[in-house]
Design a protein around this ligand. Structure first.
Ligand SMILES: Cc1cc2nc3c(=O)[nH]c(=O)nc-3n(C[C@H](O)[C@H](O)[C@H](O)COP(=O)(O)OP(=O)(O)OC[C@H]3O[C@@H](n4cnc5c(N)ncnc54)[C@H](O)[C@@H]3O)c2cc1C
Ligand SMILES: NC(=O)c1ccc[n+]([C@@H]2O[C@H](COP(=O)([O-])OP(=O)(O)OC[C@H]3O[C@@H](n4cnc5c(N)ncnc54)[C@H](O)[C@@H]3O)[C@@H](O)[C@H]2O)c1
Length: 453
């Protein structure tokens, strides 16, 4: 059978770009990639990167205040959203161009249009062309999900938040996950009055309960109104504002409503079911450990498979796919131990099991501390850091590490190496502290605060 390409990739995001570059650049395959929006995908264009730059932008008011406590005559003026947005857009243009040139440099043919599956070995481009490929990789990512309440069209999602014309005075954020909590802190740091409504009993479900409580109370201390067990039932226009009505009948007005209620895989109208690619309950593509679908020539990586929806995971899956199919190595992504960080203020970094998960598996010891770190304590801030190790009572292995602190994302990356290597509590203990740091607490936790099981 004659093919136009060895590999056709649908989607130019984290997973698709990595797979295309490795297949073409490292393994010499003839590769094409189709992207219907902007090269770089969610992470680069409307996810991790612009979000992190907004996190940085939102931290300067606190810094100026701290600087005064340290003796500086520091004064911070007003935040100029439009000036920031202009610089942000220029940076995203630069990154998009870098992704594009990385692909063309590796010899990948780019189609700037939508592509859908036609059959097991062909894709149909939006301009009508049919392209045949020995293998097809679907890396089409996901999109925000907004529940179908009345007035839902008045809300924005993370897709729009980076391109607002102006910052609102009062914002309502609906949801309690990564995006909701991160944007609550970002907007509050930029001077917006923020309320967060979450339907569950505590934000950041899935993380360690003590860490969730710690982040929630730090967010409240910063002036964010968090209302748990609050479902929004409708949105209405109220002049220039939006009125949000909750299930208990209470209503309040906001200038912006951001829905951060999860994401759905981009699998609609892609020709998948007709080709025999299996889909799960949320519409995610079902794959095996090697990211292979029910159709042997079709693979899928990243958010479209809804395994762990993080950029480094999509990248690893894409890389492992390229090495397996074009590099003659059987490589798979290990999803069992993946560190993550929520870029709230303070940040939450986590790897491994929560206390609750570990306790359900066997006897454990908990080592934990909460303290006011030197830098902010000196400036008179009430901020507290939390560090916690979940240790297996039998093997002594550190099963989980949870940090709530400024820069916890940076800290957990390093702790993750030790936990991934299978370090025991005693390995942590024999590591000599670096003083004075916050992180030294991780190697000086002498006695368990509790034993479970
Ligand atoms: C606001 C936000 C913040 C985030 N922050 C972080 C973070 O801090 N850290 C982290 O690790 N992760 C973060 N994530 C998650 C991360 O962005 C995703 O896990 C990652 O981008 C997934 O990569 P992917 O390749 O699977 O899909 P994507 O990056 O979504 O790429 C898919 C691409 O496919 C294109 N596409 C879709 N269908 C077609 C089609 N039929 N034809 C052609 N092209 C198509 C889309 O336009 C898109 O560009 C964040 C996500 C959001 C929304
Ligand atoms: N720092 C990071 O690594 C980072 C940052 C942002 C996003 N992400 C990734 O993107 C994914 C999506 O982020 P997200 O915050 O949209 O999703 P999420 O799954 O983290 O949170 C969704 C929230 O919406 C709530 N929700 C769902 N349906 C609802 C409904 N009908 N009504 C009210 N509330 C509802 C959920 O209870 C949950 O609190 C994350 O799971 C994560 O994998 C990662």
């Amino acid at each position: 059978m004659d093919f136009d390409f060895d590999l056709f990739v649908i989607g130019g995001g984290s997973g698709g770009v990595r797979a295309a570059r490795i297949a073409a650049g490292t393994h010499g395959a003839k590769v094409a990639l189709a992207e219907e929006y902007r090269m770089g995908g969610t992470c680069v264009i409307r996810g991790c990167v612009p979000k992190k730059l907004m996190v940085f932008a939102s931290g300067f008011a606190d810094l100026a205040e701290d600087a005064r406590a340290y003796g500086w005559d520091a004064r911070i003026g007003a935040f100029d959203w439009r000036a920031f947005r202009g610089r942000l857009e220029a940076e995203l243009d630069r990154l998009e161009a870098a992704y594009r040139s990385g692909l063309t440099g590796a010899g990948v043919t780019i189609y700037d249009q939508r592509a859908v599956l036609e059959d097991a070995h062909s894709v149909r481009l939006a301009d009508g062309r049919l392209i045949r490929a020995r293998h097809i990789l679907i890396a089409s990512g996901g999109r925000p999900f907004v529940p179908a309440i009345e007035g839902a069209e008045l809300a924005v999602t993370s897709n729009e938040i980076f391109r607002l014309d102006s910052l609102p005075e009062r914002a309502l954020i609906v949801g309690g996950g990564f995006i909701a909590c991160e944007f609550a802190c970002i907007l509050q740091g930029l001077g917006v009055q923020v309320s967060l409504y979450y339907r569950g009993d505590q934000i950041l479900r899935g993380f360690d309960a003590e860490a969730r409580d710690h982040v929630a109370s730090a967010m409240r201390d910063r002036g964010i109104t968090i209302r748990c067990e609050t479902d929004v039932t409708r949105l209405d226009r109220a002049g220039r504002a939006i009125r949000a009505t909750a299930a208990d009948g209470g209503a309040a007005e906001f200038d912006l409503v951001l829905y951060a209620t999860g994401r759905l895989p981009n699998t609609g109208d892609m020709g998948l079911e007709a080709t025999g690619v299996g889909l799960g309950r949320k519409g995610e593509i079902l794959v095996d450990d090697f990211s292979q679908t029910a159709v042997p020539s079709v693979f899928a990586v990243g958010d479209v498979t809804d395994r762990i929806n993080l950029t480094p995971v999509a990248i690893r899956e894409g890389h492992a796919f390229a090495d397996t199919v074009f590099g003659g190595q059987r490589r798979r992504m290990d999803h069992s131990l993946v560190a993550s960080a929520v870029f709230t203020q303070p940040e939450l970094g986590a790897i491994g099991l929560t206390e609750e998960e570990a306790a359900a598996r066997g006897p454990i010891e908990i080592y934990a501390t909460a303290f006011r770190p030197m830098r902010t304590a000196f400036a008179g801030r009430p901020d507290k850091v939390m560090m916690k190790l979940v240790v297996c009572a039998d093997s002594r292995k550190v099963l989980g590490c949870h940090i709530v602190a400024e820069n916890a994302g940076e800290l957990i990356q390093l702790a993750a190496i030790a936990v991934t290597m299978g370090a025991t509590k005693e390995d942590f203990d024999r590591t000599v502290a670096v003083h004075p740091t916050m992180a030294e607490e991780l190697v000086t936790l002498r006695n368990p605060v509790r034993r479970i099981g």
